[in-house]
Design a protein. Structure first.
Length: 620
């Protein structure tokens, strides 16, 4: 039997009233004044904690400037942010800052019926001296945790936030910016390899970590179920090399390597979130036997959730593109930018409401917004949206890494197991090597240019963990095993950011990876060669198209078959439909579709046709 509302019996009511009177003093109006006093105290503590984090972010901004100005590479601002968080956490750990004393009361159902699920609310009825009943309602959804100890008093640590803040507030702008800032040229030239790493590599990594940890747990008699370890492997399969990419950008490493690392980290977060959710909800009919039907359903559920979220996010991005194309909202840049930001965030919320993955939706919404909507925005809105999401991304990442450092020392929902941590590090490194090298070998059979061995070593080295694994591990800490996983994940994030991030520049030089002027000269030579080859032979995809601005040599993704085919379809139909680009749909669609094509073609597009025609005539 389950209850959503519970009542406290009379004995507990008297006990509660006595505790309250002892704490605040027995007089008329005690309950109202105590509740008001408690509310003011909580507001003051919350404001103080937020002020502490904001002040810490100010220090992080100044530190980032100092590091970039002096070009420090062995100590990065992300790693130092974690160190700041750890130091602040230690201060909070041994002081009373941010700690609020809270009373604990044993609660029993009024009719003594057994409870099998945690309730949504607790209703506490307290009698005043005049006999009037006052009911207090306690919501159990936020901050609920299981406790096997029987304690009468807890010290509530206000520096520990709900994991929902990460998923609903902090992660969406970080993931959206990953899609919105996508460098399309290098990304789509390597799209086949990136998708291989994202889908096959992430899945292999999750299963390898799960299997290796299952073997270790059996050897060292650690009581973890295989499903728990597979969930642990799924959340650790998400990489977040923020520090590595920052150093890559500063050193100007080879574009293909940058694209592989960035593409994998941008997309595998979404895959890891969906995969961990499916594993966590996998429930075979017989817990002691392998259930093929349940496994097949889990696989189908993964495919359905991921691609439904993908299409939903892309649809929202396309709708925003159509709105900005067929309206004159660009006359009011502040409204245009606001609409852009709100619809982008709406893609995340709509996916969550539809029981899909908001992270997948907002990622592909960002990609579509960058590819289509951005071209319809006014110059002011283009600059504003880029700067807004870049700033929010920086602040969110800084807050997340700072909070990770703070939570390691202050969170009560963590249990430490050194043996489990050591086994996790071994399993994580082994799992990444076990999928990177074989997949690179398979890709090199058809890939041109191949992924060289030093790039493969770097791909293994860049497997840092960040915000997504930490947030996934923090979502459920109701059992001892989940608390061990959260503590281990937090330390994994700190170790990989400090060690891998700090040694990135040294590893680039040690592996002989080209960077700086070498890359610049080689890129110029390659572009010259490609341009000469492109003018020697005209592509059939772009020839013979009236008014086309996509002449020979302008296809930026001509090194890969799949991107090339999509590029031609995109240039002929998608961009003319969603933006004011040329050629128009009137020029590219069949004759039978001309009435529809005229409706979907704006006056601005027709003006561009004549402008391009006169420019071509003058040039000729």
């Amino acid at each position: 039997m389950t209850f959503s509302m519970l009542e406290i019996d009379c004995a507990l009511q008297k006990k509660a009233l006595q505790k309250w009177n002892n704490r605040w003093g027995p007089h008329e109006g005690t309950l109202e004044e105590a509740a008001q006093k408690r509310s003011k105290l909580m507001h003051r503590v919350d404001s103080m904690i937020l002020l502490m984090f904001v002040s810490l972010l100010v220090v992080i901004v100044l530190t980032a400037w100092f590091f970039k100005h002096h070009r420090f590479r062995f100590i990065n601002e992300t790693g130092l942010t974690l160190v700041y968080g750890l130091l602040i956490g230690l201060v909070l750990r041994f002081t009373n800052i941010g700690i609020v004393e809270s009373q604990t009361m044993d609660v029993t159902p009024k009719n003594m019926s057994p409870i099998y699920e945690p309730p949504d609310y607790l209703r506490l009825g307290v009698s005043k001296k005049d006999g009037q009943q006052v009911h207090f309602h306690y919501e159990m959804v936020e901050g609920f945790f299981a406790d096997t100890k029987n304690t009468d008093k807890h010290m509530e640590q206000k520096t520990v936030f709900s994991p929902e803040i990460f998923f609903n507030i902090l992660l969406p702008p970080v993931i959206f910016y990953a899609g919105y800032s996508l460098k399309k040229r290098s990304f789509f030239r390597n799209i086949g390899s990136i998708l291989t790493f994202v889908f096959i590599g992430t899945t292999m990594s999750a299963f390898f970590i799960g299997f290796i940890m299952y073997i270790f747990c059996g050897l060292f008699n650690m009581s973890f179920k295989f499903q728990e370890l597979l969930f642990f492997g799924s959340l650790l399969s998400a990489t977040d090399p923020v520090t590595v990419l920052s150093i890559f950008s500063d050193m100007n490493v080879e574009p293909d390597l940058y694209a592989l690392v960035f593409g994998e980290s941008a997309l595998n977060d979404a895959v890891a979130i969906v995969l961990s959710s499916i594993v966590d909800t996998y429930s075979p009919s017989n817990a002691d036997a392998f259930d093929t039907a349940a496994l097949a359903y889990a696989v189908w559920n993964f495919i359905y959730v991921f691609f439904s979220s993908l299409f939903l996010g892309a649809l929202i991005g396309c709708i925003n593109a159509l709105v900005t194309k067929f309206t004159l909202i660009s006359e009011f840049p502040i409204l245009e930018s606001s609409l852009f930001i709100l619809l982008s965030y709406a893609s995340f919320l709509l996916a969550e409401v539809a029981d899909l993955s908001g992270i997948v939706a907002v990622l592909f919404c960002g990609i579509c917004q960058a590819h289509y909507t951005y071209n319809n925005l006014s110059l002011e809105s283009q600059a504003r949206t880029k700067q807004f999401f870049q700033m929010i991304n920086f602040l969110s990442e800084g807050f997340i890494f700072c909070y990770i450092g703070v939570s390691v020392t202050t969170s009560a929902g963590m249990k430490w197991n050194l043996l489990f941590l050591i086994c996790t590090i071994i399993a994580m490194v082994a799992a990444r090597a076990l999928f990177v090298y074989p997949l690179c070998g398979l890709l090199n059979i058809r890939r041109q240019p191949i992924i060289p061995r030093n790039h493969q070593h770097m791909l293994v080295f860049t497997g840092l963990r960040g915000a997504v694994p930490f947030a996934l591990a923090s979502r459920n800490t109701a059992t001892d095993n989940r608390q061990i996983m959260q503590a281990t994940t937090s330390l994994i994030v700190i170790l990989t950011v400090l060690i891998n991030g700090g040694l990135t520049s040294w590893m680039i030089e040690y592996l002989g990876i080209k960077y700086g002027d070498q890359v610049h000269q080689e890129t110029q030579a390659t572009q010259s060669q490609d341009s000469g080859e492109d003018h020697d032979q005209e592509r059939p995809e772009t020839s013979g198209r009236s008014g086309s601005t996509n002449g020979p040599g302008t296809n930026p993704w001509d090194k890969s078959f799949l991107p090339r085919k999509w590029y031609n379809f995109d240039a002929a139909f998608m961009k003319p439909l969603l933006t004011n680009a040329n050629p128009t749909l009137i020029q590219t669609m069949p004759t039978i579709c001309q009435p529809l094509a005229r409706v979907l073609t704006t006056r601005k597009q027709m003006e561009n046709v004549w402008v391009n025609f006169f420019k071509y005539s003058l040039h000729s």
